[in-house]
Each structure stands twice: as C-alpha cells, then as structure tokens.
Ligand binder design. Structure first.
Ligand SMILES: Nc1ncnc2c1ncn2[C@@H]1O[C@H](COP(=O)(O)OP(=O)(O)OP(=O)(O)O)[C@@H](O)[C@H]1O
Ligand SMILES: [Mg+2]
Length: 535
C-alpha cells in the first residue's frame, strides 16, 4: 500500500535561508508520525508545503501514491489534507459555528447548508473535544487557546484523512491535551494519517508510532518511537551529545537549570513568609506594602470576578487554570487592556486606576500577551527594532552613554539578545515575521526583559520554544525576580508553574479560587481546584 503522504527530496529556501534541504518524509495510513526539531529547524515549512501554502523549490509530493503536480491550498484540501497551524487562523468576525462549517461545507453543494445544521455540527464537534465554547460566539472574542480548540474542531468536522498538527498543545493544559490525544488515537483507528509536531517531547511516546527529527532543514532520522529515549531525541535535534552541547555553547548554566526546574526547589522568598500582612500593630514595624495588590478586582465584560491577591517584590506568582478559566482576562485587566469596573488595584499600597495599557506601562507594568503574532511582536519590524521597542525613547535613556550612539546601543542590545536566546537566523536586521514561531517568542521575551519592568505579567512565556530556549527563559524570569521585580506567570504547562512559582494561584470561572504555597501546590491539588473538585 502506498504511503498516505510522502515527500521526496524536497528543498525550500527563503532568500538566503535554507529552511528544508533534500527532505524525504512519509506518513502511512493509521499512523501517528511525530516531527520534532529545534526552533527554526523547518517543521512549519514542511507542513506549509503539504498544505499548499508554500511552494517547494524542488522535490516531489505524493498523496496516496499519486504525484500532486500543482499543490494549492484548495487542491490539498480536496485531497483530504487538513492542517492545524501553529497560529490559529480563524475568521475573527465570524461565529465559531461558521468557522467550523468552513471545514466541511467546502465539500457540499451550497443549497444544503443551513444555519441550524451549522450550529448543531459545531456543537457536536466541540463536545467531542470537550471544549466549553458557545458556537454563536465570534471567534475573535476567544482566547488564543480557545481558538486553537476551534481550529482542531474545524479540522475534525472536515473529515480529513491526512491531518497535520503544528504544536497543537502549545497553549493547552494537561486536561485538554489528554482529550486531544484520545481524539488522535480515535482518528488513527479510523485510518487517518497524522503528523504531529511538538516541543513537549514527553507527550510523544503516548501517541506517536514513528518519529522524524529535523535539524537545520535536514531530516536526520526517522525511527520507531520506542527506539529513541528523549535524551537521544534531543541529541539528534541539536546534533551532538546534549551535555556536550551545553558546555560548547556556553550555556552550561541555562541547561543545568533544567535539572533545577525538574528536581529541586527555588529558594523560598521572604515574601512568602510575610504574605499575610494583617493590620499594622502598635509594637511591630508595619510590613511593607505588597508590590501589587488586587482587592475584589472585577471586570464584568471579560468575566474576571472578585479577584483578590497580592504579589511581593522578588516573587514569582504562578497562575494555573484550565483554558477559559479567566487567566488571560485577568492579565488583560491588570495591564489596562480591559477596564475593571469594581474592586481595586494597588501598587506599592497606592490605589491606581488603569484606563489603558499606557497607564499600566507608565506604572512599570510589563506584559507578554499569549497571542504572539497579534500583540507580542511586530512582524513588519526587525529583530533589533522589536527588542528595543520598549526602551526606544524612554526617559531613563541617557543620550550618549559611554559615547555610544543610540543605534550602537540598540544593535548591541539586539546582538546580546540574539546570542542569549540563540535566535535563528542570528540577524538583528531580519524581519520578525520571517522567523519561526519559537524564534519570534524569544524576541518577545527579550524585549520584555530589556524594558526592566517592576511588575511583569507573562502569559504562556515558553509556548512554542524548544528545550534550551525554555531553560533560558526560566533563567531570565528568575533573574528578574531576584533583582526585585514581581512576576505573575500564567502557564498551561503545570510543571512549569509548579517549578517556577513561589506561590500558585488557581483560577476557575473567572475567580482565583485558591492561592497555594509552594509546599501545598502538588499537581493533583492544583488540578482538582482547577476543575472544581475539593478545595
Ligand atoms: N516566509 C519566510 N521568510 C523568510 N524566512 C522564513 C520564512 N518562513 C520560514 N523562514 C525561515 O525558515 C526556517 C524554518 O522555519 P520554520 O518556521 O519552518 O521552523 P520551525 O521548525 O517550525 O520552528 P518553530 O519550532 O520555532 O516553530 C527559519 O530559519 C525561518 O526563519
Ligand atoms: Mg513552527
């Protein structure tokens, strides 16, 4: 039987950058084939070629054995190929039901389409993936992760037989990810051919049959999944022994951090001990006010309800919760994107009103939004311009520090960021839109770090980045906290929340239902609070 999908000797360059070199790759019917590689290795490019969105410079593309001569998005769709892109691509001003309908109506005569059926099918397929999303909602009103779920629903509704997932779990929690894996297993039983891209290597053994590794555009290995340990996979990805790599790239510290993250605890800050301020007593000194305090903060429009919490200087406060629990909405309220209509926000004990993101920035609040492309980086600007965006004309900026011109300093900052995060290609003049997803995320983080905010709100800071970049981002977060900033970190990666946070707030239904000390914050406890189990 021919492979469901095969690429032979495919190459693709963008300008001077070679994204794929002579790649041969195939996926069979009833197979889940994992595709991994560092940020910028060429994974999304391969997917885009199969989707018909990018034309290969050379090579051969076959579906069920037949050569596809002129691959366009429409042709590839008609051959039963569906792609779940790294970045959701829904129509924002159109309802969820209509977005999902686009997945299956393409194959039907228009006369048979009606609104009720669209709604029913959307509801159906959303239920199948366990997404709590109203079909009538405009897609543009959904969070990033919810959009990802709708994108998955749309693909399922299309009855495609060859499905390519580009990091579908990057913004999903354990719960949603598990449901997705169940679905993938079911699709496989129904003889679908599946390509699955992820940086979460630990999830692969549970779903993948084979794995292929891309390195710098070359396909360096295709093996049975159970033949490779995750260390072996990482070594193939980076091209040499993993431990050796950390020494050679001068990143011993960053990579050593990985073990810190998984095994030991970060030092407990004094902030934790002093967290219950209580009324000032006549005898003792009055405890310093928290850096950030929320008292019954409510934003009715976005569903943030009655949130009270405090964060001290030097503290990492993690926020866990399911997709749709209100985490992103809380971040948007604290950063002036949505206006609170009740409750208080205090900085250093002083009540503040945030009318806009500018107000928040002026008060030293930095923000990394989860939707990278829409808000976190500016694709039409260069890496250097993005890294320096927040500091470009700030008041703290001496005009001729050490005799360096503004341009010199900007390019020095960009070069340092590129080196620190290993941004590829290492060019300060590259447009950010030309970088791979993970490399864009590195630039977004570098910019927030360069701005040195006192309060930093991070929404999914490590989504889509590879193992080494993740360690580097964790290091930056710790450094910023150690230098006195307060970091509020939202993440769907529960391991990340538990290992990085001094305390963990758990959200459900727009509320913070608990704030746990590090010692109490076990995965089981956090999950049961997040889904509404025992407190
Ligand atoms: N439109 C484009 N213009 C210029 N360069 C591009 C373009 N698209 C991709 N590239 C380059 O091709 C290379 C491969 O990118 P690709 O997006 O395929 O990586 P990836 O493996 O998906 O990485 P990530 O894990 O970060 O998503 C990168 O060096 C990227 O900068
Ligand atoms: Mg990609």
């Amino acid at each position: 039987m021919p492979d469901a999908l095969s690429l032979s000797h495919v190459s693709k360059s963008f300008g001077g950058v070679c994204a794929l070199r002579d790649v041969s790759f195939a996926v069979q019917t009833a197979e889940v084939h994992a595709l991994v590689g560092e940020n910028g290795a060429g994974k999304s490019t391969l997917i885009n070629i199969v989707a018909g969105a990018v034309q290969a410079d050379a090579g051969d593309l076959r579906v069920r054995g037949d050569a596809v001569v002129n691959p366009s998005p429409a042709t590839m769709r008609s051959l039963g190929i569906a792609v779940i892109h790294q970045h959701p691509s829904l129509f924002p001003h159109v309802s969820v039901a209509e977005n999902i309908a686009l997945g299956w109506e393409a194959r039907r005569p228009a006369a048979l389409i009606n609104h009720a059926e669209r709604r029913r099918r959307a509801k159906d397929v959303l239920e199948r993936i366990g997404a709590r999303i109203e079909p009538e909602t405009d897609a543009g009103h959904l969070s990033f992760a919810q959009q990802q779920l709708v994108e998955i629903a749309r693909t399922l509704a299309s009855d495609a037989s060859i499905i390519l997932f580009d990091e579908p779990t990057a913004g999903l929690g354990v719960d949603d990810a598990q449901r997705l894996f169940d679905l993938i297993r079911m699709l496989k039983q129904q003889h679908a051919a599946i390509v699955y891209i992820s940086h979460r290597l630990e999830e692969l053994p549970a779903i993948a049959d084979r794995i292929s590794v891309l390195r710098d555009g070359l396909l360096v290995a295709t093996r049975a999944m159970n033949e490779l340990s995750s260390d072996a996979i990482v070594s193939l990805m980076v091209g040499r022994d993993y431990a050796e790599q950390s020494v050679r790239s001068g990143k011993a510290g960053a990579l050593a951090d990985l073990s810190v993250v998984s095994n030991s605890s970060t030092p407990v800050t004094t902030a934790q001990a002093a967290n219950a301020p209580g009324p000032p007593s006549a005898e003792g000194p009055r405890p310093a006010a928290p850096l950030l305090e929320l008292k019954s903060l409510t934003c009715s429009a976005s569903g943030v309800r009655d949130v009270s919490l405090s964060m001290r200087a030097g503290e990492v406060l993690g926020i866990a919760g399911l997709v749709g629990s209100g985490r992103t909405e809380l971040a948007r309220t604290i950063t002036g994107h949505d206006r609170a209509d009740m409750g208080e926000l205090l900085i250093d004990g002083r009540p503040r009103t945030l009318r806009s993101p500018l107000d928040a920035a002026a008060l030293g609040i930095g923000y990394l939004p989860e939707d990278r492309r829409r808000d976190a980086v500016i694709g039409e600007m260069t890496v250097s311009e993005n890294v320096n965006a927040a500091t470009m004309s700030g008041p703290g900026r001496a005009p001729s520090l050490l005799g360096l011109s503004v341009q010199d300093r900007e390019s020095a900052a960009a070069t340092a960021a590129i080196k620190r995060f290993d941004v590829r290609p290492p060019s300060a003049a590259a447009l950010v839109s030309s970088l791979s997803g993970g490399n864009q995320q590195k630039v977004a983080i570098a910019q927030r770090a360069a701005a040195r905010p006192r309060i930093l709100i991070l929404d999914e800071p490590t989504q889509g980045v590879d193992v080494a970049a993740k360690a580097e981002i964790h290091r930056i977060i710790r450094e910023m906290a150690a230098s006195g900033a307060g970091v509020l970190m939202i993440s769907s990666d529960l391991g990340e929340v538990l290992s990085m946070s001094d305390r963990v707030g758990v959200m459900r239904g727009g509320r913070v239902v608990a704030i746990l000390d590090r010692a109490e914050a076990t995965p089981e406890h956090v999950m049961s609070l997040a889904v509404g189990g025992v407190a």
